[in-house]
Design a protein around this ligand. Sequence first.
Ligand SMILES: Nc1ncnc2c1ncn2[C@@H]1O[C@H](COP(=O)(O)OP(=O)(O)OP(=O)(O)O)[C@@H](O)[C@H]1O
Length: 351
Amino acid sequence: MRLDGVGRRYGVRGPWVLRDVQLEVPAGALLRIEGTNGSGKSTLLRLLAGIDRPSAGRITGRPRSAYVPERFPAALPFTAVDYLTHLGRIHGLRGPEAGRRGAEWLARFGAAAHARTPLAELSKGTSQKVAVAQALLAEPELLVLDEAWTGLDQGAREVLNRAVAERVADGGTVVFVDHDPQRLAGAADARFRVADGRLLPHEESDPMGDEAPAPGPGVVIEAEGAPGAPLPGGPDGTSAGAPRLPGGTQVVPRPDGTTRLTVPAVHSDAVLRALLTARPPWHIRSVTGAGAGPGAGPGDDAPASAPASNLASAPPPASASTQASEPASAPASTQASEPASASASAPDEAP
Ligand SMILES: Nc1ncnc2c1ncn2[C@@H]1O[C@H](COP(=O)(O)OP(=O)(O)OP(=O)(O)O)[C@@H](O)[C@H]1O
């Protein structure tokens, strides 16, 4: 999907909330959007999800999308499972399949007991589980999450983390906003910041995927490929159709010809899937906890001290093309596509 000169304002004379957004949204990537309160993050996410339309510019190549809004409309006259069945149908599933997947997602989130509860009677946390389940059940190509973790209990947050990793491993794209800077830390392939109506690459963003790994428990995967076979998404780019490895994956070639990958636990499934679906597939010799934080498995070694070579040469997965060559603090040039009427109250220059 591509955003070309996209702007949004509310009302014909309203200030431009977003202006001249240029963004390539790649497949198989996790993108984080940041910005201060009221900067326009939710506005951007609604445009990305296709539930709102730009006031200027174009969005093309939209994939099958699903969206978790910041606020769930809990007053709808449905039980939880009926609502999920209804939404599943809207996403193109047949009724029985939609109902089955809805019930499965409620179970994964530990909310099976509330399947027949009217939405209006659900607690805030269970409502949020339903809100998230409706977006996940159709396995969208583009999943847009606006503070989707808020209100979920710890177990449900981890289920959502894993679901995000699964979507990316399946070649989907996940775009998220979250107030917690540690949410999926180290896992995002690219980070952007909305400021003064512009979408800018985050000044600390590492679109090459070599962010520090997420704190907390990691997983060590010992794997062996065919002689000379590149890792999925590896330096020579011959990923042969397999999903690329998530950012934050540390890769250490071993003298015995195997490769040790250390990955945030949330992404271990994604990495395993990428290895197993590579052509030719990699042989997984072992999977163990890394001992990098509480909850790690016993008897593990400490890969953090190993000379890790990250997958830094994987191509940047996303770009805000007009901004990419400018320092984040530089004035963003006003583009020719700016509507003539853009007497925007937002300043023309970034601070
Ligand atoms: N439907 C709307 N009608 C009018 N103005 C709106 C509407 N939605 C958002 N705005 C305005 O657009 C600006 C950006 O809002 P938006 O919700 O996109 O920001 P945000 O970065 O997501 O904020 P927060 O972090 O507080 O959720 C704000 O000034 C807001 O008041």
